[in-house]
Design a protein around this ligand. Sequence first.
Ligand code: HXC
Length: 510
Amino acid sequence: MREIIQVLEEKREAARSGGGKARLESRHLRGILSARERIELLLDEGSFEEWDMFVEHRCADFGMEERRVPGDGVVTGHGTINGRSVFVFSQDFTVFGGSLSESHAWKICKVMDHAIKVGAPVIGLNDSGGARIQEGVASLAGYAEVFQRNVSASGVVPQISMIMGPCAGGAVYSPAMTDFIFMVKGSAYMYVTGPEVVKTVTREEVTHEDLGGAQTHSVRSGVCDRSFENDVEALLMLRRFMSFLPANNRKKAPFRATDDPPSRIEPSLDSLVPDHPNKPYDMRELIVKIADDSEFFELKPDYAKNLLIGLARIRGNPVGIVANQPLVLAGCLDIDSSIKAARFVRFCDSFNIPIITFVDVPGFMPGTVQEYGGIIRHGAKLLYAFAEATVPKITLITRKAYGGAYDVMSSKHLRGDINLAWPSAEIAVMGAKGAVEILHKKDAADPAKIEEHTEAYAHAFSNPLAAARRGFIDDIIMPRDTRARLCRALSMLREKSLENPWKKHGNIPL
Ligand code: HXC
């Protein structure tokens, strides 16, 4: 008995030291935490229960039988964040570069299986050189086992990937199938093939950072939902992010008490929309002013900036916010913003998070770049996502709601529950100028007549009344009352129940 305890203690010590002191220290010098330190920072103090510390790889090729590290390069288990259960795996780059062996994959699959069974989120802290080269197809099989579980867990429990080091090759596809990808600036990168392969195949010369760093994926590709300065900031922000999410698809998102009064009046909102219809304003100001304690956890803030998405709380309950941003491209919907919003709407709908949509949209972006890029099918993703969503949907039109974009942005016709407008709202097929150019082509040479027609059109449509007369807008409210009205609407909708017709799954235009 004493002997086995001693062996166990030695194994535990070996697992804790990972790839050795020297490797850990060199990473510390670069501000990088160890796999275990990351877990400790992420979870509530003392809550981590580690599993499979004694698991080792079974490879006997390339001298691997002499090189075994207990735990095999990934720390797995469960613990709590603010008292709520989560499952976690944290790859240890100091052990074979965090590469994924058959055993390493099996450990990850084990926590995923448990997460699905008990209905708790899975968080992956990724830091890995990809498939364990020495294991060949066994490690590829391990990846596929993880992928399958990512898909089975999708829409059942939230899955979050925090990329904290390399993530290369097919390995990127596990994070890609999780709900959110966060990255650490400077140390994380993701790509399907690295710079050397790129150079051989396309002759392009590109650095790791430019090809797949946090900046690239936050600004250009939209793969990354949020990037952070370093390990510590990333993990503390992840704790904050988790406070918005329910444990699984059968639970409501967690309530957090607030002193922010539900009836708080915000007079400054009365002057948010400028008098001139083409003058921009910052929609973020509206979001921050109506949210509890002005807290807005924005996602993809540097990608498709013509549309804002993120999580906030209203009267203590999490809500998803989707909003056109008139500051960028006049808030037009284009390919990137449609995809950005569609995926977020589907996340909220999967996990019972009500959606609040703020609308100021002059339409879909015209042009060959958009048409050749497939704006038809990408715009349809957003339309599909809003139309299929059954969670409470509240829409507020602050200014423009033109054309197809009016329909798409959670309109009454897509089962919007409460559709409100400010007095500054304009709901029409298009703006007055464009409409007059089409309807009164014959008067084009007569500026006086054109002005007269424009005024008449604006008088008829540059207000929310035409839509309100038909009941497409439930009420026209003063901007200052927005928070109070949203609070009431959300309480009224709290027990909303709506189901789509039975189907295996819909066929969203991918
Ligand atoms: C086994 C690996 C490894 C791997 C790194 N190591 N990647 N061991 N399998 N995939 C080991 C190294 O041999 C080294 O061991 C230690 O980890 C640290 O690696 P370094 O190269 O010294 O570190 P660094 O200079 O920081 O470079 C990191 C790296 C590089 C860029 C990630 O290691 C690298 O390019 N690795 C291979 C990446 C790759 O092509 N993976 C396969 C992708 S394909 P020692 O003992 O010397 O310290 C894939 C398929 C997935 O993943 C399929 C899913 C469908």
